[in-house]
Design a protein around this ligand. Structure first.
Ligand SMILES: *Cc1c(COP(=O)(O)O)cnc(C)c1O
Length: 377
């Protein structure tokens, strides 16, 4: 059996090596290391794929979130609501900009923003909501947009984990994840569903004025060369990364299908176990399985399972082991433990299994058998 990896970047590269190597060499020969034709072409390819008016590439997914908040003109003291159960980048940039993070609990079945908790958290100071499309499926965007409209709030979708997912609104219209709110952001970190070979990110919007503002912010606040109208940052997607992404974007739907196939294998294998809760996909979204995350229940020791799988050379991870409201950097007297019941429970029960485009049936069978054997002991 091939060695099992959490994410098999080498195997995936081998499938596209000739095209990637050629594209990288052509960037080297052109000496267009920053900017240049690959970045422009990838930007427009991604606009077409997402069906969004503007894609603004940037250096990584964390910058994308920060720049989105700068672009919306959020100011110190403004409250920004996001989830307690996500990667820290989401809350980090809120704090970094001296905005006030307001963390809310998630829904146990989908791991995404709990809409009742969102409603409860709104105050006169609230300016924006940042739903995270965690693990590869969309948050309930109809509900988020309704709350935003009622309170005149901006919506920034953190789409680092769900690029390629489709969201279907109650009116039947289908949109790509990240193109529903005022702004969407994503990451091209190597292990993400659309990963480059270094760091990369992008910001999406259908708003022409906002796109113009953001294009200046990513480039030192310049709208005319050497005239700095606003305080900006330096955040670029470089040409080598764009060249890789141009090759991988047409493969994204196939990559998502391969992840879904592995996830379906897991779901079927675990369906009969009363110790395992398999991922629940909401009716309004497709799932691109950035992570395949189980909940382990019925008295099974999750941490012992984690170790047992490692002992059998099955990589696995706890996403996430600490709620953001309990992280040293983000503790705040305003938070009450009873407002985070779900996250406080999830951190003890979740476990994420290997999920990527190169898993074969022999590996999947070994993983599911090893896990089932442990939980049925
Ligand atoms: C990966 C990730 C980010 C940050 O992306 P980087 O490119 O690593 O900066 C932000 N939010 C979420 C939910 C992520 O998973």
């Amino acid at each position: 059996m091939k060695k099992i990896q959490m994410v098999d970047l080498q195997g995936q590269y081998q499938q596209i090596k000739p095209q990637v190597d050629e594209a990288l060499h052509s960037v080297l020969d052109s000496a267009y290391y920053v900017g240049g034709p690959d970045v422009k072409t990838f930007q427009s390819d991604l606009e077409t794929y997402l069906g969004v008016k503007h894609v603004i590439p940037c250096a990584n997914g964390t910058d994308a979130l920060q720049i989105a908040m700068m672009g919306l003109g959020l100011e110190p003291g403004d409250e920004v609501i996001t989830v307690d159960f996500t990667f820290a980048a989401t809350v980090e940039v809120i704090a970094l900009l001296r905005l006030t993070p307001v963390l809310v609990d998630v829904d146990a079945a989908t791991f995404n923003m709990d809409i009742e908790a969102l409603k409860k958290a709104i105050t006169p100071k609230t300016k924006a909501i940042v739903p995270v499309h965690l693990f590869g499926q969309c948050a309930n965007m109809d509900a988020v947009m309704e709350v935003a409209k009622a309170h005149n709030l901006f919506v920034i979708e953190d789409n680092a984990q769900a690029i390629g997912a489709d969201y279907t609104s109650a009116d039947g219209s289908v949109k790509k994840a990240g193109t529903i709110g005022n702004i969407g952001t994503t990451s091209f970190f190597p292990s993400k569903n659309l990963g480059c070979y270094g760091d990369g990110g992008a910001i999406f919007t259908n708003d022409d004025d906002l796109a113009h503002i953001i294009r200046g912010i990513v480039n030192h606040g310049m709208y005319k060369r050497y005239y700095h109208d606003v305080v900006g940052v330096n955040s670029r997607l470089d040409s080598m990364q764009a060249a890789v992404l141009r090759i991988k974007l047409p493969l994204l739907d196939g990559y998502c299908a391969a992840r879904l196939k592995a996830a379906t294998f897991y779901n079927d294998a675990f369906a009969a176990s009363d110790k395992i809760i398999t991922p629940v996909t909401s009716s309004y979204t497709t799932h691109v399985f950035h992570q395949y995350t189980l909940r382990i229940v019925g008295g099974v020791d999750r941490d012992a399972l984690h170790q047992h799988l490692l002992d059998n050379n099955i990589p696995n991870a706890i996403y996430y082991p600490v709620p953001l409201h309990s992280q040293k950097a983000y503790v705040d007297a305003r938070y009450k433990e009873e407002d985070f019941k779900v996250t406080n429970e999830l951190i003890h029960t979740v476990i994420s299994l290997p999920i990527h485009t190169e898993l074969d049936e022999e590996q999947l069978t070994f993983i599911t058998n090893t896990l089932l054997e442990f939980v049925s002991k």
